[in-house]
Design a protein around this ligand. Structure first.
Ligand code: BGC
Length: 737
């Protein structure tokens, strides 16, 4: 007779319980251990799997390796439990999409969902069933290189994108669908608030900021059904995130009712010793498992110490059982017991298909932000001679960004190639000018000469892929190396006589203040993935009208950091008087504000209606207005809704994003955009740290960026209501009539 846990007709719960009671303590702990196979399927890895001491591996790549190691797990272990194989499939698997910060610039959740869905389909076809994404760390500090991996500075935008990413990776719910992955919301929590923007550094923030800003996107991911959560490296208010009972057990698993499992970040449990909160590995294991970390990534701490801790009565076995239940539940739901193997035939069909490469182009276009345009863009396709200059002009590596999984630069399209394809009849001159980082100016002369000969110049400057992402914090935020000097040299030689356009590629906001003040056009291209060059050429030459908006503020100077749009008012808001909150040597305002992005057409906002004018807590307010394309091209506008709580019991931000909609309009077309704002979205943590919707007046601002507000109105909440803590999240419904 077949054991109950092998019987797919039984419920997941029954199967989990049946399996659990057959397992030895060592086998249970084995499920809680994950190891990296980045060095290949070594004897050590195979041995750990064979002995039932590893429940999960990361970095196993290739169908053959996947199938070999799964065969060992399924056929050579006592209970035949398949492995959960994970990989950082962040912005694509082999078809590489724009980095997440760029995806957020689309302000289009369908874009994020599509990129995740395709990444999942490719990875799953090769036997990976778990991704360490989405990364949901709010980042207000561009010095932190990992800002590239997330959705920017705003909790509401990140919540919407978190939901979309989870659905894209997992589907409507976690299931055996062979095209889907289990997702992992990381890095829980507040990792982005590291002091000085230095990776892995200390975080010390109030519980109010923690909950309202940093936890918000994680809560959305949990509400969307995310299967797993990763506990972060950083310490938070004195307690490391991977030993934090408050954030993990009380909030995540308690208040929000998270049913999946928590995996530590890479050796984060072992590092509890380095943090100085555990004397040794044994104490670290005890702290982590007690706090609610279910799986130990690569630390080897659980394997070494948990059994002993249980036998000595320090850790109750019930904690182990709880962790194993959570892990096995994910494995059963993914259908791994029925389908542990990858099908090489399917992998060949699916990975890097023409359809996926098309989607990568569509998505990349939507992520481009036109930051400045004094009328030189789009460039005419009738140009006969164009110069494409800069260290990133012909770079197929930078465009793949910081987490390219198994992406291959040979598949990527550089800007130079994109422009050559766009202008088959024209002469396209190319000079690097300098390297991304070196001090060598010997290539300047050639670059200047190319610009002199051309009718228009495109300068492609910024950061290489390894300058953002993990362990890539920067203290300076200008163009690296001598790139700004290159831009100046070219500008001085030809500026004013022929169009000079800057295309800036980076994994973070840069302080390109001089460039933005002098050059007539700046295109922010981030790292756009495998079709970057085609997408950028489409925008430069007007085959695509850019509509992306910044999901993060661009500072003028590093000294302004952290700088973000939803800051508090202070008692002395910046003004002409000296004794107000500003700098004596720099503007207090950013270079480009949150939500900023231009188009080749113009949009007009009119006829704001806010109904009702007074609402009970629990009700909703409808905010609608007319949006018209008054230019002569089709284009996209991201209409943005901001709200300001005029008087509250605690200080509140000057404005907060509460809704948005990317709308495509033909020339002359006019539509009514309708936002339905649930009052729950007005809640915040009051003086007693309970979530509350407070009575009073709320100012409504509708516009084209956080600084370009076109329409203003207000409504009133009639009474104060304290809300229950819980896992529910609210979104503003946005539609176009
Ligand atoms: C990173 C995580 C990543 C993990 C596995 C860690 O160093 O912080 O984001 O998922 O490695 O590769």
């Amino acid at each position: 007779m077949v054991e109950a846990y092998r019987d797919p007709r039984r419920s997941v719960e029954e199967r989990v319980e049946d399996l659990l009671k057959r397992m030895t303590l060592e086998e249970k702990i084995g499920q809680m251990c994950q190891y990296s196979a980045h060095a290949g399927l070594t004897d050590r890895i195979k041995d750990l799997v064979r002995r039932g001491l590893a429940g999960s591996l990361l970095n196993v790549v290739g169908v053959e390796n996947v199938n070999e190691i799964q065969r060992i797990a399924v056929q050579e272990t006592r209970l035949g439990i398949p492995l959960l194989l994970g990989l950082d499939v962040i912005h694509g698997y082999k078809t590489i999409f724009p980095i997440p910060l760029a995806l957020a610039s689309s302000w289009d959740p369908e874009v994020v969902e599509e990129a995740a869905r395709i990444a999942a389909r490719e990875a799953a076809a090769e036997g990976i069933r778990w991704t360490f994404a989405p990364m949901l760390d709010i980042a207000r500090d561009p010095r932190w290189g990992r800002i590239a991996e997330g959705f920017g500075e705003d909790p509401y935008l990140a919540m919407v994108m978190a939901w979309a990413a989870v659905k894209g990776f997992q589907g409507p719910e976690l299931s055996p669908d062979p095209e889907r992955l289990a997702a992992c919301a990381k890095h829980y929590v507040a990792y982005g608030a590291c002091e000085g923007g230095r990776d892995y550094n200390t975080v010390d923030i109030s519980e109010r900021t923690l909950r309202e800003v940093y936890m918000a996107p994680f809560k959305a991911a949990v509400a969307a059904g995310v299967a797993t959560v990763m506990s972060a490296f950083n310490d938070l208010n004195g307690v490391p995130a991977s030993a934090n009972e408050f954030t993990l057990r009380r909030v995540l698993k308690g208040e929000w009712g998270f049913r999946g499992f928590v995996v530590s970040d890479w050796n984060a449990i072992g590092e509890l010793v380095v943090h100085g909160v555990a004397a040794d590995g044994s104490e670290a294991a005890k702290l982590a498992v007690t706090a609610g970390v279910d799986m130990d990534m690569e630390g080897d701490v659980y394997r070494r110490h948990l059994a002993d801790l249980v036998r000595r009565g320090v850790v109750p076995e019930s904690l182990i059982d709880e962790a194993v239940r959570r892990i096995l539940t994910v494995k059963f739901k993914l259908g791994l017991f029925e389908n542990p193997y990858a099908d090489p035939e399917r992998a060949r069909r699916v990975v890097k298909s023409g359809e996926h490469l098309e989607a990568a182009l569509r998505v990349a276009r939507k992520c481009i932000v036109l930051a400045k345009n004094d009328g030189v863009l789009p460039l005419p396709k009738t140009l006969r001679r164009v110069a494409v200059i800069g260290p990133l002009a012909d770079d197929r590596d930078a465009v793949l960004g910081c987490w390219r999984a198994l992406g291959d630069p040979r598949d990527a399209v550089s800007v130079l190639e994109g422009i050559r394809r766009k202008l088959p009849g024209a002469e396209v001159l190319h000079a690097r000018g300098c390297d991304v980082r070196s001090e060598d100016r010997s290539g300047f002369a050639e670059a200047v000469e190319a610009a002199r000969r051309a009718e228009a110049t495109v300068l492609v400057v910024g950061e290489s892929a390894d300058m953002s992402g993990e362990a890539a914090s920067r203290a300076h935020l200008g163009l690296p190396g001598v790139q700004e000097e290159l831009v100046r040299a070219v500008w001085e030689a030809v500026g004013g006589r022929a169009p000079v356009v800057a295309v800036v590629m980076s994994g973070r906001p840069l302080t390109i203040t001089w460039v933005a003040e002098h050059l007539p056009a700046v295109v922010i291209a981030w790292h756009l993935g495998v079709r970057a060059g085609d997408a950028i050429a489409d925008v430069l030459f007007g085959d695509y009208n850019p509509g992306g908006k910044l999901p993060v503020t661009w500072p003028r100077a590093v000294g302004q950091v952290p700088i973000y749009y939803n800051h508090k008012r202070t008692g002395r808001p910046p003004g002409p008087d000296r004794f107000t909150s500003k700098y004596i040597d720099e503007d207090w305002r950013p270079l480009f504000p949150f939500g900023h992005g231009l188009s080749y057409t113009r949009f007009e906002y009119s006829d704001l209606r806010v109904e009702p004018s007074a609402v009970e807590p629990g009700g909703a307010v409808t905010i609608s207005f007319c949006l018209a394309n008054v230019g002569d091209r089709e284009g996209d506008e991201v209409a943005q809704l901001y709200v300001r709580d005029v008087v509250a019991s605690v200080t509140r931000p000057v404005k907060e994003l509460k809704g948005f909609k990317r709308v495509t309009l033909r020339p002359g077309e006019r539509r009514r955009v309708v936002f339905t704002l649930p009052t729950q979205l007005l809640a915040f943590y009051g003086r007693d740290m309970r979530p509350v919707i407070e009575a009073g007046v709320y100012e409504v601002m509708v516009g084209s960026s956080s600084e370009d507000i076109r329409l203003r109105g207000s409504f009133e909440v009639t009474r104060t209501a304290v809300l229950e803590e819980g896992g529910r999240v609210w979104f503003t419904e946005a539609r176009v009539e």
